[in-house]
Design a protein. Structure first.
Length: 428
């Protein structure tokens, strides 16, 4: 197996256009020599140090550069190895902050449904994926949920200013129902990932959420593991809304897939409370602040900057979405949404009524298999429409993709659609 630019080759020599960047990770493309060289150089110098005992130049440099990119006062960075780990640490940070502030009763979490935040137990608890309960219900922490602003399935289509879900005021309703004195944090993806198919809330949504969290003293955790690092055309997905969260998680694209790397960003006003109390976040992992992982992140960050790839994700993202909108001529494509280099294509049985395919039809799975045969890598997800039904195909190509390759992606998408949806219809 090998990769170069926007393409992958398997061991039989078959070429695939990587339309999803793996799991929304490969933002700078495959086979970038500069990143590999940075990893090798750091590994030769010092590969591992305990983050509990030492720091290192790549850790310090990456923290400095990330702090300059994150919004507002989020200038303290904690490095980990995966998005799930970052979410786990962020939620624990929020809880510890309230305990050290003398308010231990603030222990509950609110998240969006649908939503996804990872696979470790606390992160999995915050995720709204009903099938997790089939195997792990006894281990999952109870989390309060409010509906995600999935305008395509809302009766108002996102247009009603008074709609509690699309406006975000449903969050305040839930806080008042549970009791603000119990809520530690609200966690959400600023632009939806695979659970909602790249849903983009309306312009006032996050400002409303920020105001609600401020008034009720609830920490707002922005999970930007999937949608951050330039994926939506700005470094932070929240940037266009002028909103700063209390804590932010990052991952996936911050090292471009060359190493597993994630981060939690927090402000001094939170960190200092813990520093004056117990002295440190009650969280430690063997590979936190790993020099080689951070060297990869630093090289990726600099590559993104030197090649202006975040700006390219914005400009080419407009081309991307313009060309994808042509897929709406397919009768069972209900919606094409997203921002920058992140898109979700929603398959429906009936577009007028927005009726999803029944789960037994396995449309997303059929399409993904057909796409692979057509030489296209995509990322599927299911269940967003009502918790069971709903089929989404996610696209998140490298920022370096050319217009001609987007045309190729659309062509291969149509080929896969023709090969898969007919079979799905026969099962309904």
């Amino acid at each position: 197996m090998r990769g170069e630019g926007c393409y992958l080759w398997d061991d039989q020599g078959q070429r695939y256009l990587d339309g999803s960047g793996g799991a929304f990770v490969a933002n700078i493309g495959h086979g970038v020599r500069e990143i590999a060289d940075a990893i090798a150089a750091q590994a030769a110098r010092i590969a591992y140090l305990s983050g509990a005992a030492f720091t290192s130049p790549p850790v310090e440099a990456l923290a400095t550069e990330l702090a300059a990119l994150t919004p507002g006062d989020l200038n303290h960075i904690y490095f980990l190895s995966s998005g799930s780990e970052a979410v786990e640490a962020a939620l624990k940070l929020a809880r510890q902050y309230w305990v050290e502030s003398g308010r231990p009763e603030k222990q509950d979490i609110i998240s969006l449904s649908p939503g996804y935040h990872g696979n470790t137990l606390l992160a999995m608890s915050a995720s709204a994926r009903p099938h997790y309960a089939t195997f792990f219900r006894e281990w999952i922490v109870d989390v309060h949920r409010v509906p995600a602003p999935l305008a395509f399935y809302c009766a108002c289509r996102g247009a009603d200013a008074s709609c509690e879900v699309c406006s975000g005021t449903v969050l305040e309703k839930k806080i008042l129902e549970v009791g603000a004195d119990r809520i530690a944090a609200f966690i959400a993806e600023p632009v939806g990932g695979s659970s909602t198919g790249a849903t983009v809330p309306r312009q006032d949504y996050w400002r409303t959420v920020r105001d609600i969290c401020d008034r009720h003293e609830v920490l707002f955790i922005a999970d930007e593991v999937a949608c951050g690092a330039g994926r939506t055309g700005t470094w932070s997905a929240l940037e266009p809304y002028g909103v700063v969260p209390d804590i932010m998680t990052m991952g996936k694209g911050i090292a471009g897939g060359y190493t597993p790397l994630s981060a939690v960003a927090a402000p001094r006003r939170i960190v200092d409370v813990i520093a004056r109390g117990s002295g440190a976040l009650a969280h430690a992992q063997t590979f936190s602040h790993h020099p080689v992982l951070c060297a990869a992140g630093l090289a990726t960050l600099r590559y993104l900057r030197e090649h202006a790839l975040v700006a390219r994700a914005a400009t080419m993202g407009r081309v991307f979405h313009d060309k994808l909108s042509a897929l709406l001529d397919l009768p069972h494509v209900g919606d094409v949404r997203g921002r920058g280099m992140l898109a979700g294509i929603d398959f429906v049985l009936d577009r007028d009524t927005r009726t999803p395919f029944p789960r037994k039809a396995k449309v997303a799975e059929r399409f993904t298999d057909a796409a692979l045969l057509a030489g296209l890598m995509v990322w599927p997800n299911v269940g967003h429409a009502n918790g069971v039904d709903g089929d989404i195909i996610m696209l998140a190509p490298p920022f370096i993709i050319e217009a001609s390759q987007i045309d190729e992606l659309v062509t291969r998408f149509r080929t896969a659609y023709d090969a898969s949806v007919a079979g799905a219809l026969a099962t309904t």
